[in-house]
Design a binder for this molecule. Structure first.
Ligand code: MN
Length: 196
């Protein structure tokens, strides 16, 4: 039996439209992520990483194919699990996550502006991240390719995929428009739960 399997989506394929269409999901989840899963299953066989979790591999593996494919699986699992049905009214609810955002960024608007700028401005393929530092502070970082903040001792809470495969079907080259639409599908409860 394969060590790793494709994680199922927790919503209907059309639920995220128009931020992410069912067609994009069919490629992004059904083809791109499936390929990373297949690759990693083949690569770990007979290595010290056989039997280890995705988080362990991402934390411990040296640079190379195993790390790249494991990183992409972990990143996409966090990415796809953080969404819910599209809603024009989707602000951060009261709670410890909202309190942390207001403490570290001044306001929800300030956070969204800074995170969006990091996602739009990331050169090439990669991921924008919101993480929790060991001191309990929220930090925004950019990671190229398959990078994950776990490698830097941070706890990942929220991520935007800015590889072109994430938005080219729906938004063509308009990355900024895609980023703006993603705020309408964030499941803030999932993000807050990742703090603990
Ligand atoms: Mn992707």
């Amino acid at each position: 039996m394969a060590q790793f399997e494709l994680a199922a989506l927790p919503y209907a394929p059309e639920a995220l439209n128009p931020a992410i269409s069912a067609e994009t999901l069919s490629f992004h989840h059904g083809k791109h992520l499936q390929t990373y899963v297949n690759n990693l299953n083949n690569l770990v066989e007979g290595t010290p990483f056989a039997g280890k979790s995705i988080e362990e591999i991402v934390t411990e593996a040296p640079e190379g194919g195993i790390l790249n494919n494991a990183g992409q699986i972990l990143n996409h699992n966090l990415y796809f699990a953080q969404f819910k049905g599209y809603s024009e009214e989707n602000s951060i609810p009261e709670g410890k996550f909202r309190e942390a955002v207001e403490r570290d960024f001044g306001s929800e608007e300030g956070f969204i502006k800074e995170f969006s700028a990091k996602a739009v401005g990331l050169f090439g393929s990669g991921w924008a991240w919101l993480s929790l530092s060991p001191e309990g502070k929220l930090v925004i970082t950019q990671e190229g390719n398959a990078g994950n903040p776990l490698r830097k001792g941070l706890k990942p809470l929220l991520t935007f995929d800015v590889w072109e495969h994430a938005y080219y079907i729906d938004f063509r080259n308009r990355r900024a428009d895609h980023i703006a639409s993603l705020w309408k599908i964030i499941d803030w409860k999932v993000v807050q739960d990742r703090m603990s």
